[in-house]
Write a new protein. Sequence first.
Length: 335
Amino acid sequence: MTSSTTFPLADPDLADRLAVRLALVEERLRDAVANVDPLADDASRHLVNAGGKRLRPLLTLLAAELGDGSRREVVDAAVVVELTHLATLYHDDVMDSAPLRRGAPAAHEVWGNSVAILTGDLLFARASATVAGLGPDAVRIQAATFERLCLGQLHETVGPRPEDDRVAHYLQVLADKTASLIATSARFGAMFAGCRPDVVATVTGFGEKIGVAFQLADDVIDLTSDGDVTGKTPGTDLRERVPTMPALLLRARAALEGSSDEDRRLVALLDGDLSSDDDLAAAVAALRVHPVVADTRARAVALAQAAVRELDPLPAGPVKDALVSFADALVDRAA
């Protein structure tokens, strides 16, 4: 596959088609964030210029190959999902106090929280303008997706109720905050390529499951990478008390009767002051070698396998193979 994409494809014709259309999406994306106001223009271009894997538009284009992927509406839909994703990043980084995004200073570090939030709102507006051209069904799907994105962030911020299962709560947060848009990316691709409703439903289910697997893999990467993969400081979520699956699994183990001293000591370390880089690095180093990280990785792999099984009704061929490779690539990052 070309350098424009993120995983290898066996079929060179499919690879070439996707590369050409991804380049068009990139061009359209830069046009979509342009603004006559200099501040709005600089802030809106900030994350686009920082790059990124463009996983969501890639999935839209790939799912569209199950029908007529050359339709103009497919590229428009791919632009919509990436604009929506970029908008959420501006908001997420403010709420998580993340200093870096894609290896560059987060927008709020450059312009402050208010400008970052308003820039995210501007990108949501541009996504809305683009999706309006795709018809009322697309608008309704986009609105429902946006609602889930907001609910996911809300429930992450507020946290579970005392009677809630914390792991189940977290998985629902991931489903809403991450998987909803990935599912819509696949859905839009098949839908605007003219696929049958059953095909659209199949790739939507695939996207929902692979979206949760993707975030679980990120939870592992946040602890095991040096920051080059995510563009974020390792352990940022620990410092900001943002729940992740390894930390939740650790707390569940430590709460059990007869839990080990090691588990309880590590929970105390995570609950301590992680404001200094040295203390954060110590917490990350201790957690990354704990069995809960391998458990989280196994959960990501199992969900990716379940996503692949969703594809069983699709006919064999290069597109189905590529979707399987897509699922594998998302979780292989955490290997």
